[in-house]
Write a protein that binds this ligand. Structure first.
Ligand SMILES: *Cc1c(COP(=O)(O)O)cnc(C)c1O
Length: 360
């Protein structure tokens, strides 16, 4: 068996020890005689898996007691609608900061439910930076302020938590959750799909301040009503049981590696290796402003785009896969989530050097 270095933006690489444990437990989870996939979600075995995953996530992110953690389904794109349905609370508008493809998607969807005020946008610059907080035009009557904490496609990330006063701050953290410590108390709500930095697709994580619950629009489907899901301990409908089990193993893996501070050090070391090389020569380049570069998703370009296909072919031959950039930005993109070992980034940089020497 040969495992590749998988730079996919998502679904993405998972820690190998987690996959091995899941394989070992596939037919018989801890003497239960069943696979986790075969368990009743209300049985004592799965209830213990669910409770432990919740507990570990609360511990890793140091989630304050007045926040609920919900395990839902539908992914971040569903949350783009679920957030306004739940958080408008009698308001008619919400503020959105536009930093790229995923913010645009959130804005489009929210427009079905409320008036969207674009508080700031980096569109004019081609989404290569985060608009500085001083430039935002916030509305004190907005239901909430929405940001995308890490633009998975464009590769810009917030390296600050915006101060927005009394209005709840909402963040799509799909692609950087658990990559480093996060002060949950600064947010009204954070949400993200699991398939970037946590586990299999199908699980969506929502962490919401309790005082925001219970005022959803009457048309809100029960399964997507935060208040109803919180009251039912995320078991109003059948939760994505196997994805929760894997997420729990990933949480345990992160804890064993020293928690989020250790993850941050690991992720900063990997990102520095790649960005430092990109900045050190002119065959490859990063289009993103230095103070907004994502630690998780690193888009880069070849000086000569006619070599793109050859670059990808050579990468594939070395077991460096999924490096093609998203079609809207082109070029290349290396996603280097928690589970990407530093050896993967070292192998990538070695290949970049070799390719530049050959074709530069
Ligand atoms: C992947 C991604 C999404 C879309 O998630 P789905 O699970 O496909 O709904 C939204 N926002 C961000 C930041 C993402 O990385």
């Amino acid at each position: 068996m040969t495992r590749v270095y998988n730079f996919s933006a998502g679904p993405a690489v998972l820690p190998e020890p987690v996959l091995r444990q899941a394989a070992a437990e596939m037919l018989d989870w801890q003497g239960s005689g069943m696979s986790v996939m075969e368990m009743s979600h209300r049985g004592k075995e799965f209830m213990s898996i669910h409770a432990e995953a919740l507990h570990l996530l609360r511990e890793l992110l140091d989630v304050p007691a007045n926040y609920k953690i919900l395990f839902m389904q539908g992914g971040a794109i569903a949350e783009n609608a679920i957030v306004p349905m739940n958080l408008l609370r009698g308001h008619t508008s919400a503020d959105y900061v536009d930093t790229g493809e995923w913010s645009k998607r959130s804005i489009q969807e929210a427009g079905k439910y409320c008036t969207v005020n674009i508080a700031a946008s980096s569109r004019a610059s081609g989404y290569t930076h985060i608009p500085p907080r001083e430039s935002w035009k916030l509305d004190p009557n907005a239901a909430y302020v929405h940001i995308c904490a890490n633009e998975t496609i464009g590769g810009v990330e917030y390296h600050f938590t915006p101060e927005v006063g009394e209005v709840p701050l909402v963040a799509d953290v799909s692609s950087n959750i658990l990559s480093r410590p996060l002060d949950v108390s600064k947010y009204g709500l954070i949400y993200g799909g699991a398939q970037k930095n946590i586990g299999p697709a199908g699980l969506t994580i929502v962490i919401v301040r309790e005082d925001l619950l219970g005022r959803s629009l009457p048309v809100t489907p029960s399964a997507f009503d935060y208040g109803e899901q919180a009251a039912a301990d995320s078991m109003l409908n059948t939760p994505p049981t196997y994805a929760i089990y894997i997420a729990g193993l990933v949480f345990k893996w992160i804890k064993a590696r020293g928690g989020l501070a250790a993850m941050e050090a690991h992720n900063r070391a990997k990102a520095a290796l790649l960005y430092d090389y990109l900045d050190s020569q002119d065959f490859f380049s990063s289009p993103i402003d230095k103070n907004c570069r994502s630690l998780m998703n690193v888009p880069f370009r070849l000086r000569d785009a006619t070599l793109d296909a050859k670059f990808l072919e050579g990468a594939q031959a070395r077991g460096l896969v999924q490096l093609k950039g998203h079609r809207v930005v082109g070029g290349m993109r290396a996603s280097i989530y928690n589970a990407m070992p530093i050896e993967g980034v070292q192998a990538l940089v070695a290949y970049l050097k070799e390719f530049a020497a050959q074709h530069g």
